[in-house]
Every structure is written in structure tokens, then in C-alpha cells.
Design a protein around this ligand. Structure first.
Ligand SMILES: Nc1ncnc2c1ncn2[C@@H]1O[C@H](COP(=O)(O)OP(=O)(O)O)[C@@H](O)[C@H]1O
Ligand SMILES: [Mg+2]
Length: 216
């Protein structure tokens, strides 16, 4: 049986979102962001511009993967945020790399201020084990790899079969007591889709004009 993800209060909680590229992780993060008052996003792929008109959401696009976050962290401490999102966290906290930033540093700045910490990666094996070991909630989208299946089986015995059955954009939430439930896709639409379409049309329009310019 699948459920609809309603409002979910994540204050003070740690959340991991995992799944293949294009499985819907960023879209789920956007849904969670909309339910929180004040959010800071580390947005390496520059995908969260839909929130740019909101004063309550601050996003930061790091210039490179080796970026030193210490100054950003000092700034965050002075904001009153109730959620921090780090998308593609494997770039900054990869599982096997010397000099990688410890995932705990991200979690720690949230812990003291009752801030939810949402970290997103494609596969659990790409990120330091703290990514899922520290998580209260783990959202799992479609995954296919053999190592992923081993990881899933280590979480809960019935999980690999349930994940393999997931339809596109469906996801499973593993709860703190390690029970799990399947959820329907996040309804997307409204402003975000209209905005994306407008953006596409605009870039096509300017492309057309450039082409017209070339032939002139
Ligand atoms: N619940 C959904 N319903 C319909 N389309 C979705 C849904 N979630 C994501 N998508 C679409 O699929 C594509 C990839 O989603 P995204 O959230 O960016 O995936 P990921 O972050 O896992 O790579 C996007 O174009 C997005 O609009
Ligand atoms: Mg994404």
C-alpha cells in the first residue's frame, strides 16, 4: 500500500535522501523546503532558483567541490534557520578521499539549533557512512546496483525487494524505528513547472533569435 507524504516536521532531525540520478530526490527536497520557515540550501548544481524570490530561503552555489565551508558555517549560525539542505553531498563528503569534509561538521551546526539537516546523494557507498548512520529518516528512490542491494538488506531485510518494485518517482521512507513505508510521487506542477517551461521557451526564443541573426 502506498501513502501520500503529508506535512512532516523535521526540526532537529537528520534526513538522508538517496536514489539514482533523475529519480526525484531534488524534487522531494523542494517539497520539504516548502514546509519549512527558513531554509539554507547548498546547491552545487544550481537547481533551486525557484526559491530565489523568497527571503526565507537562502541558497549558496559552491564554486568547486573542494570549497572550504567554514565561513559559510559562521554565517549560517547567525541566521535562524530551521532546515539546511545539502544536495549532491558526495562532492564534499565522499567516502574515500583524504581531506574530505566530515559530514559531521554539517550535521553539528544543525544539531545545536534544532535545525533539520537534509543530505542528498545518489548511492550510499559514495558518501561517508555517517550520511545514513546519523540519519533519523532515510528516503530511498529507485536504486539498482548490487552494492546498493547489500546496503538496503543491512537496513531492513525486506527492503531490497520493496525498492526494486518502486515505480518512477515513488519512494520509500525508512523511519527512526527502521520500519518503512512506500509513498506516491510528490505532486509537481503549478508555479515550478510553469516557470521551467517559461525558462525553456525563453532560451529557445533567444536561440531562434541568434540563429536568425546568423542567417541575416
Ligand atoms: N514526483 C514527480 N513527478 C513528476 N516528475 C518528477 C517528480 N519528481 C521529479 N520529477 C522530474 O524528474 C526529473 C528529475 O528529478 P530530480 O528531482 O531532479 O531528480 P534527482 O535529484 O534524483 O536527480 C525532473 O525533471 C523532475 O521535474
Ligand atoms: Mg538532484
Amino acid at each position: 500500500m502506498t501513502h501520500k507524504l503529508g506535512a512532516i516536521d523535521l526540526r532537529g532531525k537528520r534526513v538522508a535522501i538517496i536514489g539514482l540520478q533523475g529519480s526525484g530526490k531534488t524534487e522531494l527536497a523542494k517539497h520539504l523546503i516548502r514546509q519549512h520557515r527558513s531554509v539554507f540550501i547548498i546547491d552545487p548544481m544550481d537547481e533551486y532558483d525557484c526559491f530565489d524570490s523568497l527571503k526565507s530561503v537562502v541558497r549558496f552555489v559552491p564554486p568547486n567541490d573542494d570549497f572550504d565551508f567554514s565561513q559559510v558555517f559562521d554565517k549560517i549560525k547567525s541566521y535562524e534557520i530551521d532546515m539546511m539542505v545539502v544536495d549532491e553531498i558526495s562532492r564534499f563528503c565522499p567516502s574515500r578521499a583524504r581531506g574530505a569534509k566530515p559530514i559531521r561538521d554539517f550535521a553539528d551546526i544543525c544539531r545545536h539549533s534544532n535545525t533539520a539537516f537534509v543530505a542528498i546523494a545518489r548511492r550510499p557507498g559514495q558518501v561517508q557512512t555517517d550520511f545514513t548512520e546519523l540519519a533519523h529518516f532515510i528516503f530511498v528512490f529507485r536504486m539498482r546496483g548490487k552494492n546498493d542491494s547489500i546496503w538496503l538488506a543491512n537496513q531492513v531485510a525486506d527492503l531490497p525487494a520493496a525498492v526494486h518494485r518502486l515505480k518512477p518517482f515513488h519512494f520509500i521512507c525508512i523511519f527512526p524505528d527502521r520500519t518503512f513505508e512506500e509513498f506516491e510521487p510528490i505532486p509537481i506542477g503549478g508555479k515550478d513547472v510553469k516557470r521551467r517551461r517559461a525558462k525553456k521557451a525563453k532560451s529557445k526564443d533567444s536561440q531562434d533569435r541568434t540563429e536568425a541573426g546568423k542567417s541575416a
